[in-house]
Design a protein around this ligand. Structure first.
Ligand SMILES: [Zn+2]
Length: 462
């Protein structure tokens, strides 16, 4: 069946069908052709493309009351703005998104929908995206995948959190789509030794070319396989890690166990996949045709290069709610130096991004922390949250409330959490003024005190 799927995926007929599943196929194809060419172009050409898109975005952004005031303050037309002008804009923060949500909206954008993020700071935000965002997301994701060796018809295994709407992967439509795309899904909200053993056997049979995974989930699978002395023969091409910080010890473990290289990636739900490693594994190439990235010194507020700074992204698509100089909440080091691979796209190094943990359920299942983060998406009344597991039978949810919080909301969240953890464990809900950061200065919004040995079913040696 897999060989047949391979054949069909590489076959023009199946490609035609897959393409036609996508409403925006023509715009995606055109944008991809433009941006792919820039990978090999000069830095000047890339920046000229960025500037033209920035100016177009500014013209659109003037449709929102928030940006109109800012743009008109420059006393020049959007079509004559420069990168220096952009650097005069105030940063867009999560607080701005929450407090001025509707002032940021541009009326008349096409195919607008709501989206949510826990960001990397545990502050849930709601925002709006549109058709232009989806086109850019498709193109950037494909270009990032190609850096990691993706080819037409590749078999892709996704070790990922299942969407809330499981029909997307479990209904006949979802299954057909995955089959057409030559993809398989392995749910990281349902791990644990037995499931990991099952996933391993499934992947051994499927022989994926690429595995796309939450960094913490593939790390856990690697540790599990090693503890059992298993040497997997897959994936054949690469492993792509994203959604959270990939620490060097995690990369080492994954590389040790699996036969192919690890390609780390950076992105978020606000801006999608925007940077990815190439075969040099020397920082992540920013998808410059879609994003202008700056790193900011936290004290001076100035743009810096070659030293750690807070990442501010200008996403050149999304005309429904333009993101100009968005402080995403992560730290990175920006370098313009040309990569040994020859690509001119600037790189981001050593990103300190979101950190998530895996949680152990009383019945032995292991659930990636993203599951609990998703419960806060689209909820008003919560300034910040932290979900912690202190033992197999004890959980704590900390909430910093904002306007609109009520005891009912706390009760609803508690019920949602119980659906996953069951009725037996202790679950405390605590209200706080603020949630302390960790020693590294980074804030953990899902936190498990259990060691990985406990999660993979090996007795702790500590
Ligand atoms: Zn490179």
């Amino acid at each position: 069946m897999s060989r047949f799927a391979d054949f069909l995926t590489r076959n023009p007929v199946k490609r035609f069908v897959v393409n036609h599943l996508n409403t925006y196929r023509r715009d995606i194809a055109r944008t991809y052709a433009e941006q792919k060419r820039l990978e090999q172009a000069s830095e000047d050409e890339v920046q000229a493309y960025q500037l033209a898109r920035l100016r177009r975005l500014l013209s659109v952004a003037r449709g929102s009351s928030y940006y109109r005031r800012l743009i008109d303050g420059f006393a020049k037309l959007p079509e004559s703005f420069t990168f220096d002008d952009l650097r005069q804009f105030p940063f867009l923060t999560k607080t701005t998104l929450r407090e001025r949500e509707f002032e940021l909206l541009v009326p008349d954008a096409r195919h607008v929908y709501e989206n949510y993020s826990g960001g990397s700071t545990g502050v849930p935000v709601r925002f709006y995206q549109d058709y232009s965002y989806k086109v850019q997301m498709s193109v950037s994701t494909r270009m990032c995948n190609e850096l990691a060796g993706l080819f037409t018809g590749a078999r892709v295994a996704k070790l990922w959190g299942a969407p809330q709407d499981k029909r997307q992967i479990e209904g006949w439509k979802g299954k057909t789509k995955l089959w057409l795309l030559n993809q398989r899904y392995y749910d990281t909200f349902d791990m644990g030794p037995e499931r990991m053993d099952y996933y391993h056997r499934q992947m051994e049979a499927f022989q994926p070319d690429l595995i796309q995974a939450y960094a913490g989930s593939i790390y856990l699978l690697a540790k599990f396989l090693r503890s059992r002395g298993i040497e997997p023969s897959y994936p054949r091409v690469s492993i792509i890690t994203s959604a959270e910080k990939l620490f060097p010890r995690m990369r080492d473990e994954i590389s040790h166990v699996f036969p192919s290289a690890v390609f780390d990636r950076y992105g978020s739900r606000e801006v999608s996949a925007m940077a990815s490693e190439c075969k040099q594994h020397d920082g992540m190439h920013i998808q410059m045709p879609g994003y202008i990235v700056e790193t900011i010194n936290a004290v001076t507020g100035r743009t810096v290069e070659g030293e750690p700074g807070e990442i501010a992204v200008t996403a050149l698509a999304n005309q429904a709610m333009p993101f100009l100089r968005y402080r995403i909440g992560d730290l990175g080091i920006l370098t313009r130096k040309k990569c040994a691979c020859g690509r001119v796209f600037w790189r981001l190094r050593e990103i300190v991004g979101r950190m998530s943990d895996n949680f152990l359920m009383p019945d032995g299942r292991v659930v990636h922390g993203e599951y609990f983060t998703h419960l806060f998406y689209g909820r008003d009344g919560i300034e910040q949250f932290q979900f912690e597991q202190t033992s197999r039978e004890s959980f704590t949810l900390r909430i910093v409330p904002s306007v609109g919080y009520s005891a009912e909301l706390g009760e609803r969240l508690s019920q949602e959490i119980r659906k996953m953890i069951g009725d037996s464990p202790r679950l405390a809900i605590e209200i706080h003024q603020q949630i302390p950061k960790t020693a590294s200065g980074k804030y953990r919004f899902t936190l498990s005190r259990l060691g990985p040995e406990e999660l993979i079913g090996v007795r702790s040696t500590r």
